[in-house]
Design a protein around this ligand. Sequence first.
Ligand code: PSV
Ligand code: MN
Length: 397
Amino acid sequence: MALADFQIHDLAFRALDAFQIEIPSWGFANTGTRFGKFAQAAAAVTLEEKFSDAAEVNRLTGVTPTLALHVLWDLPNGLGDVPEVRALARRCGIRSGSVNPNLFQDQEYKFGSLSNPAPAIREKALAHVFDSIEIAAALGSRDISLWLADGSNYPGTQCMRKRIAWLEDALRAAHGRLKPDQRLLIEYKPFEPAFYHTDIADWGMASHLARHAGPQACVLVDTGHHYLSQNIEQIVAWLLHTRLLGGFHFNDRRYADDDLTLGSIDPYQIFRIFHEIHAAAADGLELHVAYMIDQSHNLKGKMEAMVQTVVAAQELYLKAALVDRVCLAQLQQNCDLVAAEELFRGAFWRDVRPLARAWREARGLPADPLPALRAGGYVERIARQRGCRGQTVSSYA
Ligand code: PSV
Ligand code: MN
């Protein structure tokens, strides 16, 4: 028997109350590709501007209370910047979110950071991770999101096994510095900037390193960090099963790590990922999944792209929450393929926008955040105040 309307309403409100997503400070800054960067007048340069933009997104959507920080870009003086970040967070009503060490920009990291053959460079990289853990602790941030650009460009130029061992040692040492409530999220990526081998190339390698590091380490899935046609929801199912799913960096792509807005190319994939998570929760798994956005809005307006992303994430999460799981389990058990698939796809095709609007109104939020952003004049105001300063950050995201 299909779910009754009142059950759907109830399920939807519970799902939306539970859903929050973190926005990245770098999503508001000017970015581009290696071929060029197009500066936007409204782009944020200072951390104060990034916090202000994040606060506006949260005011409109109500589900983005935290801002992910990249240490080198946002706290160039490390711990010394913590008081300012704390003050900004207080003033803007936005908490500091995950802390991202930066082990890919310094010249020394040309041949790697934690898996560089030179012990002194490995030590420098590890010291930066230790500092990042301290920064996170001082800011009250639970998660340290670690992505390494380490790898090599040509066969035979590096010993992959030695590099595994160096990574194991470093991540275990980093784990030893975590406070009891902190987590180390290990992000994988198959290629770029390294084009022959990447030291943490997939979820299996990340899982091994997390297990080796210790119980507070887990895996971070960036949806853009997979080969084309890879079954990401199956990876998610495995990480759920092995209790290693720490969180997501959401974005969409057509070709590689394109960093397009979530759901712009393949919303069904995000729905399928959320379905695995809802199903695991329904089966009683205790989950601590951090949902984060990691996008680079090179052409779209930063604020619009961010609000659009948050709304898309909410809607896809909601669609997946409304899968009739009891019925689906029965159909799966009976191998009733077409009926199971139709039920599943039916949930994806459901128009959940009226439910999302009703929830926002009930929570005192604008029913439609994107038109509300356009009507509010925030973007025009910051564009006037900030002007095109042409400053950019790394094009990797
Ligand atoms: C690397 O492509 C990545 O996904 C990592 O998460 C970085 O921290 C982020 O992008 C920075 O742009
Ligand atoms: Mn990422």
